[in-house]
Design a protein around this ligand. Structure first.
Ligand code: C2E
Ligand code: MG
Ligand code: MG
Length: 636
């Protein structure tokens, strides 16, 4: 028979073109790309073998009988491996390899093993094919088995693609159907019209289509910066996790670059980013550097502390020198965030979460190395639970206010109290305001909480007519964020007006941080509120800056000595000296002093001798709910 091999030659050309494009453009290495590479190589190999075998079929006497058999055995063994790998490949798109069952492996391997046995024994059994004396090729009676098995793989691939269709994009599904239909059709044509050798051509064509839809490496490339993108990072990360390999990540969030559009221009900024990309690609290989998003880059490296040190050192060195962009010279600094992804990490989502938490919420930018770890996930997850409890509590108005009595030395009884907010108890247990208030400050919820709390306090004072119970005013804590609001004074006054509460019954506590951060706004709010008769106290004095300028600059009525200052004085002579002098200085400035954290009689006596006016602490009472507070007032 005169076989036509032009299609085979075309198949070789297509396979070579696909292969070159694939290997040239390959940015990420994963099990998928490896399997795809094997498929393309097999397609090329079988095309070449096919050309050779057809050549010798047309000139049978140029090859020995053993040669004919060997050529065809290798060809068939290689050719029939393609559907197996194809099936494996699709199954990996559908699910994680660690979710593969014994059945999955069985149906993947067993049919091919049967194929191999039949093919390899054919020179003796003549089951699949055979040659007559003249070297003419014939299908054996068992050749159909190969077809049945090939169809079996195709069938399983289609069924699984449909079963897990959500994991495949539309283009992928179309391509799988295309591949399967083309291969099936062509194999049938080939079987019945064996003069036309078109199988290889079809396989190459189908692989090309698969490449364009499933393995398009351009999807993994940031085309502007010519560096791997976030998609590529995800593929890389998944691959490492699949192989249960620990690895490390260096993250570089160039937050300062955001503002560079205005200062150095968009083009120069682009140039800077390109240079950064180029540098990072040279650090640990092109396929380990990623442009994660905006101004954030990642480098993936093996789990080796020494290598990490070496790379972070090189990064520091690079960014210590200016980068030339156009005619500008830019010096950048960036926090270098490192973390280790242990082998037992549960999935790529965890890695992405660590990146989101650590690269999107950074402070510090001086080319310093900041170690973080996947453990922050637990903390962040706990924090997000606390945030959601807070959100619910705001919606349902469930924050409670506790009161801690404050003892007046002069009057010998409780004359004031501090109002302290409490979050509703949930499965998270007790979460104190020193924990949740800073969180609420970060995301702005504090404004709503502050309003709820203030309203409750005003309602309580009015409803219970606390002034008739000997309470002169109640201390209310204000957050830094509240102090930064221009309209704070209006808001507070209007809430008090709602309850017809005389302004003098409230004393507002602010911290030194508020005084520093929102200096002008705070001063103007203070002036307006003091004009109405509301006094101010400086809270937590003795922690942080303890700057005397705050005492001078702002018209505080009271200073609250922080418990740490009180406690330190009990332990240490110098601290005692500082406490004594602070008290006498504040007294000389004609302000009143509340000592916080008084836990023992001894502390109370000492502080009284030093000249404190008020005491607040567990020695007198813990902060208690409204009812208990009223009982306490009734008893004394
Ligand atoms: P703070 O304003 O300095 O409140 C005093 C804190 O010291 C309270 O903690 C109180 O329970 C605790 N304390 C008082 N005496 C003693 C003592 O003798 N021993 C010990 N160990 N602790 C004592 P709490 O209620 O956990 O509040 C912590 C911080 O949360 C407050 O510190 C304040 O900065 C903030 N905070 C509380 N309620 C509010 C609020 O309604 N608004 C704002 N913005 N912040 C609040
Ligand atoms: Mg306070
Ligand atoms: Mg305090």
């Amino acid at each position: 028979m005169d076989y036509i091999i032009h299609y085979d030659i075309a198949a070789v050309v297509i396979a070579i073109a696909t292969m070159i494009h694939f290997f040239y453009k390959r940015n990420v290495v994963s099990i998928h790309t490896k399997l795809f590479a094997i498929m393309v190589i097999l397609a090329l190999l079988t095309s070449v073998l096919d050309v050779a075998s057809v050549y010798y079929l047309n000139q049978p006497d140029q090859l020995s009988m053993t040669g004919h058999y060997l050529l065809n055995v290798i060809y068939l063994a290689a050719f029939n491996a393609i559907p197996v790998i194809y099936f494996f490949y699709l199954l990996l798109v559908a699910k994680n390899q660690r979710d593969f069952t014994g059945f999955d492996y069985g149906r993947m391997i067993c049919p091919y093993v049967l194929n191999l046995v039949l093919i390899v024994t054919t020179p003796w059994t003549h089951l699949i094919f055979w040659f007559d004396e003249a070297g003419t090729y014939y299908h054996g009676i068992g050749f159909g088995i190969l077809l049945v098995i090939a169809f079996l793989y195709m069938g399983m691939a289609v069924v699984d693609t449909l079963r897990f269709r959500r994991r495949f994009t539309r283009a992928q599904k179309v391509s799988v159907l295309f591949y399967t239909l083309v291969c099936t059709g062509v194999v049938l044509v080939q079987y019945f019209f064996s003069r036309f050798i078109i199988t290889q051509f079809a396989v190459s064509l189908a692989l090309l289509s698969l490449y364009l839809s499933l393995e398009n490496q351009a999807d993994y490339l940031d085309s502007q910066l010519n560096i791997c993108n976030k998609e590529a990072f995800i593929v890389r990360g998944k691959e490492l996790i699949r192989r249960k390999k620990a690895f490390r990540i260096i993250g570089l969030p160039f937050t300062g670059l955001k503002f560079m559009n205005e200062t150095i221009g968009i083009e120069n900024k682009e140039e800077v980013l390109k240079q950064i990309s180029h540098f990072l690609q040279g650090l640990n290989g092109k396929s380990n550097a990623f442009h994660y998003s905006g101004t954030r880059f990642l480098v993936v490296l093996e789990d080796d502390e020494e290598i990490q040190k070496e790379l972070t050192g090189k990064i520091q060195e690079f960014f210590n020198k200016p980068i030339q962009a156009g005619c500008m010279s830019v010096t950048l600094s960036v926090p270098i965030i490192t973390f280790r992804c242990p082998e037992e990490i549960s999935g790529i989502e965890d890695v992405l979460d660590v990146i989101e938490y650590s690269l999107f919420d950074v402070s510090g930018d001086k080319n310093e190395v900041i170690e973080t770890s996947v453990e922050i996930l637990e903390k962040k997850r706990w924090e997000s639970q606390v945030l959601s409890v807070m959100k619910d509590a705001i919606r349902r108005n469930e924050f409670e206010v506790y009161y801690q009595p404050i003892y007046s030395v002069e009057k010998g009884k409780y004359t004031t109290a501090e109002a302290l907010v409490r979050m509703p108890r949930t499965k998270l247990g007790f979460v104190g305001p020193d924990v949740f208030i800073p969180m609420a400050e970060k995301n702005g919820m504090i404004l709503e909480i502050g309003e709820i709390v203030f309203r409750k306090i005003c309602e309580f004072i009015t409803r219970e007519k606390l002034w008739e119970k000997g309470i002169e005013y109640v201390h209310v804590n204000l957050s830094v964020v509240q102090c930064m609001q221009d309209t704070l004074h209006e808001q507070l006054l209007s809430i008090m007006d709602e309850w017809n509460l005389p302004y003098k019954y409230v004393n507002l506590e602010v911290t030194e941080t508020a005084a520093v951060v929102s200096s002008d706004t705070l001063k103007s709010n203070m002036n307006k509120l003091m004009g109405k008769g509301i006094e101010f106290a400086l809270d937590d004095y003795g922690t942080g800056f303890s700057n005397t300028s705050s005492l001078i600059k702002y018209p505080f009525h009271t200073i609250k000595l922080d418990k740490s200052m009180v406690w330190a004085a009990m332990e240490d002579k110098k601290a005692m000296c500082a406490l004594e002098h602070t008290i006498s200085m504040v007294k000389a400035m004609d302000m009143e002093i509340v000592a916080e954290g008084v836990e023992t009689q001894e502390q109370a006596e000492l502080l009284q001798r030093m000249g404190c006016d008020f005491f607040q602490g567990f020695y007198y009472s813990r902060p208690v709910p409204e009812k208990d507070y009223l009982n306490l007032l009734a008893e004394t």
